[in-house]
Structure formats: structure tokens, C-alpha cells
Ligand binder design. Sequence first.
Ligand SMILES: Nc1ncnc2c1ncn2[C@@H]1O[C@H](COP(=O)(O)OP(=O)(O)OP(=O)(O)O)[C@@H](O)[C@H]1O
Length: 577
Amino acid sequence: MENRIATKQRWMPFIKFFLKNKVPWHLYILSYLCTIAMTSINLKLPLLTRDMMQGKIFEPGVVWGFVGLTVAASIIRALSTTLFEFGDSKFELNLKTNLWSKLMRMPMKYFNYEKPSGLVSRVTSDAQKVPNALSVVNSIIGGVQGLVGSIIIMYGMSRSLSMLMIPLIPWTMFVIWFIGRFEFKIGGLVQNKFSAMTGFMAERLGSMRLIKSFGAEGKEQKSGYETVENFFKAELYRAKIFSFIQQPIAKTIDIAILLLVFVLGAQEVGAGRLEVADLIAFYMYAEMLLPSIFALLQAYQYIKGVQGSAAKIGEILESDSEVFKREKSFSIPDSDINFKNISFAYTEKNVLNDLTFTIPKGKVTAIVGPSGSGKTTIFNLLERFYKPGNGIITFGDIPIEDIHLDEWRKAIGYVPQNSPLLSGTIRENICYGVGREVSEAEIMRAAKLANAYDFIRELPGKFDAEVGEVGGKLSGGERQRIAIARTIIKDPDYLLLDEATCSLDARAEQEVQKGLKNLMKGRTTIVIAHNMRTILDSDQIIVLSDGAVNGIGKHEELYKINAIYRQFVDLQLKECS
Ligand SMILES: Nc1ncnc2c1ncn2[C@@H]1O[C@H](COP(=O)(O)OP(=O)(O)OP(=O)(O)O)[C@@H](O)[C@H]1O
């Protein structure tokens, strides 16, 4: 998808991008006005120089005019820079906050195909580059005004000399177009290599445990070198193109101007059609042409370079967010949740096939089945991360799609098996997402019920101890108990539990189980069960196989009649005994 956008050069969407977003136009427009004033002054200075050379150097109007305009140009330049830098920062701030809000509201499926490193690059690097395109408009305004102004004045000074410069116009246009095209392609290539490098590094640095436990440091070191080298090669390629193709071609314009002015200008002076002072002023204007052309060229290159960034940001800002507001409020009494003929596919192949079952209110429903049978997918549908392809999930008689999404998710607590935490303190993690003041007593109570209080008390800093990135300073069992405490504070009516497998040691599992038991009291619970105690204590067991319901019932009857269930239980008893 990135490549598709990066190889297209589209002007209309690019312009619309700025019209749709909140741009601090007043700051940019003021800076453009400053640029116009500054360029007007710069166009006046060669004429004053000519006057001085013609002997008017002691005329106060000329001298003071020259000094005054030079000082004014410097002040206006400083003012213009301040204005557009302020504008860039404000626009960048708007873009970054809009992008972040949008990303927080994107549906779950969006994150299946977008890499976090790519999204980070949109918020950081792309959102920084795009506003600069508006300050670069200063160069376009100054460039065009300088170019047109110089040509008019030059024409007034020497029509014949100016006419000789006309053939340079198509050549200049060609150079601008040619370099712009190159820059767009090379800019895209460098950007892709840069994203590949940062994406690779971010992923590997987040998987150091895996890398070290497989002794793969050497292999990753080599792969890392490759990504850095690929980026370096792309940069080198850009530098070569700039030095050996872009600059020499652009330099031809400079050389042509010099030749025309001095060779042909000398003839004009010799023939008495031009004064030396005029020729010098003419040369000063001719010398202004090149910076103006280069300013235009660089502005064009820059803008071409950021078109891809704007398209990528625009795609995020314009894609559909999750729909939160629905008419039906969730402030209705607890009900059963019904799956009616639910089928679902993440991509093409169905992962769930025609599921029909009821999750009775106030009861515990265990879901068991082989790995990949679709247990977590049922949770994903219940949390409304995805919509079913076919069938309907209802809360009582109401389709869950009709219930306000925020309220629905607030009514559901999810404790995953590998509960990730966010960097911060234990207290911050326990209170995460509650959205109200939580008293110290409440936190303490939740920690105790989650069976987490004893280990928290032992930590230096206790509730203020830092958990590390994704909770890496705590054990799996400890993380899960913090997640349980967090869910106790959330106090949801419905619980989704992904029970730990027997990978936790017996003591840790026992501690987690105690916490879970307290959490489940009085709540409708759906548990992906691994622990035999949980399975035996549940009110109904749903056996899943290949995304279909293979059996529903209680342990005794299922064990007798359901082969998949029997196999699952036997294996569970053998592995975890
Ligand atoms: N985000 C996803 N995109 C594409 N396919 C997915 C995605 N998540 C899961 N799947 C596929 O859907 C199928 C069911 O996955 P699911 O996680 O629901 O199984 P599970 O029963 O919970 O497995 P486990 O017990 O191993 O956690 C699997 O074949 C899996 O590869």
C-alpha cells in the first residue's frame, strides 16, 4: 500500500489535504506578505547601486535609501522566518494530535495490516515534513516575484540583451521538471529504506529475549547491518544523482547567463547602447535569476518529496473510525448473550463456521478446543473488534451492533493470558482506563482480591514501583494478577478470561486462580479454560473444533459422548499433573 501511494504524484489530493486540515493560515499569509516586501526591496537594490555608480553616491536619498532598505530587508526576513516557523510548529502539532486521536479510534482490523513502526513514522516524520511544504511556498513566492521582477527591469534596461535570454526559459522549465521527477522517485526510495531500517530495529529491540534465547545475536547483527547499508546505499545514490546529474544540469543555466551578460553585454557597451553602470546593474539582476530559479527548484523538489507523506497521512485521517454512537444505551438489565449462526473470516478462509450458542447471564461458560479452533476469535467478536461475516450476536433481543460501543466495552472486562501492562507504576496500571477517581482503599482492596497485595508489598516503592515496558519487570503470574486487580476496579458485568495454561508453575497458577475466583463472583463469565477446576466448576462447556461448535454441555455428559472433549481433558490432566 505504501508503495502504491509513494509512486503516484497527485496534485489535487495534495492541495485538498491542506484545505481539509486545520492550517494556521494567518501566520503563513503574513509570512508570504513579508516575503513579497523583502523581494520588492531586493529588486530595488541593484537600481540604487547603479545610481551610486553613476555618481549619486553622495546624495542622501540614495545612500540612506540603500542603507534603510538593506536593514529593512533583514528585519522583514527575520519576521517572515519567525512567522512560518511558528506556523509550521502549530500545523505540525495539529496534525500529530489529529493523527493520534484517529489512530486511537481505528478499528482493530486496521492494525492487522499496518505495522506499528510505519504508523509511528506517520506521526513523527511525515507529520513534521508536510507543514514545511507551506513555508516552502515562501520560496515559490519570492522566486516567482524575483524572476518576473528581474526580467521586467532587465527588459527596461536593455531590450536586446534581455531578448537573448529567452531561449533559457524552456531549458530552465525542463531542468525544474526533470529534477523534480528524479527527486520524487529518489525521495520515495530513501524513505522506504529508512522505514525498513527503523521498522526492523524497533521489532528486533522489542524481541531481545527471543533473540538471546536462540543465540541469534550474530544473525540479527548481520541483518541489521543490511538494513543500515540499504539505507546508506539509497542516500549515496541520492547524493550521486544530485552531484553528477542534477547540479551539473542546473549549473548550465548559470553558465549561460554569465556568458550572455558578459560577452554580449560588453558588445552593447562597446557599441554605446549601454552604460557600464547599467551593465553592472543588469548583471546583478541576472545574478538574481539563478537564486530565484533554484529557490523554485528546491521548493518544487521539496513539495514533490512530501506529496507521498501527505497522501499517507491523508489516508489515515480519512479512513473510517470505529462507530461508537448508537441509539441503544447499555443501561439495561443483564441479559443472555446469543450467538446466532455466526461465521467469520479474518481474510478469506472462515475461522468460525455457523456458531449458535447462548451465554447465560450470571453463569460461567467455559470454551475449550484445540489451538487455532477459534476461541480467541469468539472473544474478538464479543469485544466488537471485528464484525461477524454472517449471523448476529444479540444481547437479549438487541443486536450488539446497536449498543453504544463505549458502554458495551465498559461492561466487559478482559483478562488475557499474557496480560501486557503499560510502562508506569503498579498503581497506574491498576487504575488504567477507569476514568474516575480511585481511592487508595479501593486500590488496596482490588490488589488483595486479585491476590497481588503480598507481592506488591515486597516491591521497593510498593504501589509506586515501576513495572517496566510492557510490564517486563514483573513475572507472568504477577502481571496477570495486576490485570485481575485492574478488572476488579473496572467492575464489569461480563468477564472474558483467557486462563493461563499450565506454563505457569503450580504456585503461581494457584495464586492467579485465587484472584480469578474473586473476580468472577457475581459476573457472567466466559472463560477460555485450561484449568480442570475451572472446567469442572463451569455451568456450561462449549467444545470448539475447526471453528464450529462440536458440543455443549456439562463435564460428565461431554466426557462420555464427545471424543474431542475427552481427548482435551485427558491431555490436560496428563500435561498439567
Ligand atoms: N488477526 C488475525 N488475522 C488473520 N488470521 C487470524 C488472526 N487471528 C487469528 N487468526 C487465525 O484464526 C484462527 C483461529 O485463531 P484463534 O486465535 O481464535 O484460535 P484459538 O483457539 O484462540 O487458539 P489458541 O488456543 O492457540 O490461542 C487461527 O487459524 C489463526 O491463525
